[in-house]
Each structure stands twice: as C-alpha cells, then as structure tokens.
Design a protein around this ligand. Structure first.
Ligand code: HPA
Length: 286
C-alpha cells in the first residue's frame, strides 16, 4: 500500500509555489556535510521541512532539514539541505516524497549528492564519484519506493532503469571536473538501508557484486525521479574507506569531517557544471 496520497504531493507543491517566485528546473539534494552549498544561492526563499505540508522532520545530525529556492549562477534551483533516510523509520514513499513534489514544481533535472564509503581500493577520502549506475539492495529485497498501486500520472508501472543516471549529464560533469582538475571517478553506487555500517564480510560481498561506493541513500530518490521522467545526476563524496578487516572503525563524525574537504570540491563542480547543464537543456531563468 502507498500511504502517501496524490493530494499530499499537490498540497506540498502548492504551499511552495504560492510562497516563492523561483520556478526551479534543477533540484539538488545535499548529503551529509554538504550544507554550505546552499549559501551560494541568490534571491533566496527558504522553508523548514517541518513547515511544508506532509514533509516529515529529519532526525540526522549534519542534515539541516531546509528547502532553499534561489538562483545559482543565474540558474533557478531548488536545494534540499538534508533528506529522508529509510533508517530513520520512514517508509520508502516518505523518503522519496520530496522528489514527486519537485516534479510537480516543474523540476526536470535532479542532482543527488551523498557521502559514501569507498569499496573501490583506488578511491580516497575527499574524492568525488560520478554515479554511473546503482545497486539498490533494499529495493531488490522488496523495499522499492514504487511498490504499491502505481500512480500513472507520474509514470509507468514498470519503469526502465537502464540509463537511470543520465549519460549526457554525467559527461558534462566529468568534463567540468577534469577542466577544474578535481579528483573524480565514475562508478557503481550500492545503496544499503543502514544505519549500521557494513561488516567486513558485507564489504567483500559488495565489492564482488560490482560496487565502487556504498551509502544509505540516493537509489530510492533516483528510481522515483526516473519513473516520473526526470534526468538524474548522482555524485558521491567519498568520506571513508568502507570498513574491511584492514581498516579502522567507521564513524559518522569521520563522514562529517570528510565533508569539509568534499563540500568545496562539490561546490566548485556544481557551480561550474549547473550553468552548462542549464544552457544545454534550455533551463535558464526566463
Ligand atoms: N557505508 C555506508 N554508508 C556510508 C558510508 C559507509 O562506509 N560512509 C558514508 N555513508
């Protein structure tokens, strides 16, 4: 059963559009430690998640729980400072609620950022990884956000996921990262439910199945975005080596600390890539 009604998405979207003149075409979801990105916006309207109808409160340290609408380098954007995670106790429909609200607001491109542990031994904390594909472990085990009656007004019952992370957006981001000399990789993001970090045996398993980085978000939001026809760019900030038997313990503090190195790199990449994406897709303020 889908506990979220169509009416709820509409009420949240109406609340936002009646209070902001910004018509966002690109939305950004900021993961742990990446909040400073929103400080770069101009002509800002902001809402606490708790003020928006049907948005639950976030419970994670490092997630502000605010939606900011404004312009980044002349591009109208919607920024989520924080997101919902399955491990907080929300349903997958609640976790992905804001994505459908963005769709109703007219968003066409969704940029999902996250902090992730490296599975690939070539990755270092502070590196960026453009997500080329995902493995959604909870989804494959039945916790897919599209489970339940399909709302045809958003998309089809059986949506294709063969190009879930838009190749053109990824190419633009890669070119921009290389132009700026930022350390960047491409790879497969494995989404797990959390909140416990992986055991060394789980890390070995995730490497064997083809994962390059592991985190506790993003794949559900991607699925709901792609279902409704949005293009997705996913970027992981590598915060730690996933805990194999040779590594030291992994902590949330370490993840937030790495965010201090990742945030300026992510900011620089997005600041450079978003105007190009907007220009090529014709999404500038008009
Ligand atoms: N595992 C899962 N999620 C994460 C990690 C990790 O090592 N680092 C940041 N988010």
């Amino acid at each position: 059963m889908n506990p979220v009604s169509n009416q709820a998405y509409l009420e949240a979207a109406r609340f936002i559009s009646s209070r902001s003149k910004v018509s966002p075409k690109i939305a950004l979801v900021l993961g742990s430690g990446l909040n400073p990105l929103a400080d770069r916006l101009e002509r800002v309207d902001s809402f606490q998640f708790t003020d928006i109808p049907h948005f639950p409160p976030t419970t994670v340290e490092g997630h502000v729980g605010r939606m900011v609408l404004g312009e980044l380098e002349g591009v109208p954007v919607l920024v989520m400072q924080g997101r919902y995670h399955y491990y907080e106790g929300y349903s997958m429909q609640q976790v992905t609620f804001p994505v459908r609200v963005m769709k109703l607001l007219g968003v066409e491109v969704l940029v999902l950022t996250n902090a992730a542990g490296a599975l690939n031994p070539d990755f270092r904390p502070g590196d960026l990884m453009l997500i080329s594909d995902h493995i959604n472990i909870p989804g494959m085990a039945g916790h897919n956000p599209l489970r339940g009656p399909n709302d045809e007004s958003f998309g089809p019952r059986f949506p294709d996921m063969s190009h879930a992370y838009d190749p053109e957006l990824r190419k633009l981001a890669l070119e921009e990262a290389e132009r700026q000399g930022l350390p960047v990789h491409q790879g497969v993001y494995v989404s797990v439910a959390g909140p416990s970090f992986e055991t060394p045996a789980e890390v070995r398993f995730l490497r064997i199945i083809g994962g390059d980085a592991v985190g506790m978000s993003t794949a559900p939001e991607t699925i709901v975005a792609v279902h409704s026809g949005m293009k997705v760019l996913g970027i992981s900030g590598i915060s730690n080596a996933a805990p194999d038997s040779s590594a030291k313990e992994t902590t949330h503090e370490e993840v937030l600390e790495a965010g201090k190195v990742i945030a300026p790199r992510m900011l620089s990449l997005l600041g450079g890539a978003l105007p190009k994406i907007a220009r090529i897709l014709g999404l500038e303020a008009g």
